[in-house]
Design a protein around this ligand. Structure first.
Ligand code: ADP
Ligand code: MG
Length: 259
């Protein structure tokens, strides 16, 4: 017993909660199954590692700011198969484009799963120990230009420029003022070829120019974000949202965004 206390105290001092938590079970298991010293130690170390990996993953997921998390486990590849082939989605899910530091453009009507896919890719990047930041584009520029918390803003900007994957959801949703455009330019320029960005939008890319205060900066931004990107832009597709609402028997109101 004395020995146990001593071990537990030291595991706490060394900050090994995974080992600490599993110690008794592993000792019992080792005694019952006549495990060798090395095997016993290997299992306990594995417990510690698994615990740390799980903690790291939840930390990265939280930092990404997904709000409601989405993953490919919860994505029905068949729902919009004709416009978004499973092979294309699976290819994105490998996160190969992140290793290649390429961007992705996901365009198409509302409800077809663009945000879901972008979040699910983000989840995969977190699983692969990458850093991710998810924001709607409008909220992000506002957050970055908020003068009330300069330290927080600066930290966020650093992450914007450097995370392995930045998701700019609902890109080109509204017009940008010159300050907002300048900020987006900086983000696009700093990230280009160094780290990956996913843009999702309900509008087709040819309509994106109209949101910028002048064509020069618009061109500069889109050139960096879109040229060389993997473009998956569809013009039709079923809204999963409407399907879900129908299933729940909800009446669609006029507030439903038109597609
Ligand atoms: P978009 O961003 O294209 O407007 P979302 O990704 O927000 O669409 O999808 C709307 C809702 O439907 C979300 O709750 C999303 O999780 C769900 N959804 C969309 N497509 C699928 C799918 N293929 N399988 C499962 N859920 C889906
Ligand atoms: Mg969306």
């Amino acid at each position: 017993m004395e020995m146990h206390h001593h071990l537990e105290r030291n595991l706490k001092r060394l900050r090994m909660p995974g080992m600490l938590y599993n110690l008794q079970t592993r000792v019992q298991e080792a005694q019952e199954n006549n495990l060798g010293y090395l095997e016993f130690l290997r299992l306990l170390l594995q417990d510690e590692l698994s615990n740390r990996e799980a903690n790291n993953l939840s930390r990265r997921l939280k930092a990404a700011g997904f709000g409601q998390q989405k993953s490919f486990e919860g994505f029905d590849m068949r729902f919009n198969e004709e416009i978004l082939p499973a092979s294309v989605i699976r290819d994105l899910a490998t996160c190969h484009f992140v290793e290649q530091r390429r961007n992705v453009v996901l365009g198409g009507p509302p409800g077809i799963g663009k945000t879901h896919i972008a979040k699910a890719i983000g989840h995969e990047v977190c699983r692969r120990q990458g850093t991710v930041l998810f924001r709607t584009t409008g909220a992000l520029v506002q957050e970055l230009l908020n003068p009330s918390q300069p330290q927080k803003t600066e930290k966020l900007l650093k992450r914007c420029l450097n995370v392995d994957l930045l998701v700019l959801d609902d890109f080109a949703f509204r017009k940008l003022d010159p300050k907002e455009a300048e900020l987006l330019y900086m983000v696009a320029d700093e990230r280009l070829g160094r780290v990956s960005t996913i843009l999702t939008s309900n509008r087709p890319p040819q309509d994106w120019f109209a949101i910028f205060p002048d064509p020069v900066i618009g061109n500069a931004i889109l050139d960096r974000f879109v040229s060389g990107a993997i473009k998956i832009v569809v013009t039709k597709g079923k809204s999963y949202r409407k399907e879900g609402e129908k299933l729940q028997g909800t009446v669609l109101t006029t507030q439903e965004k038109g597609s």
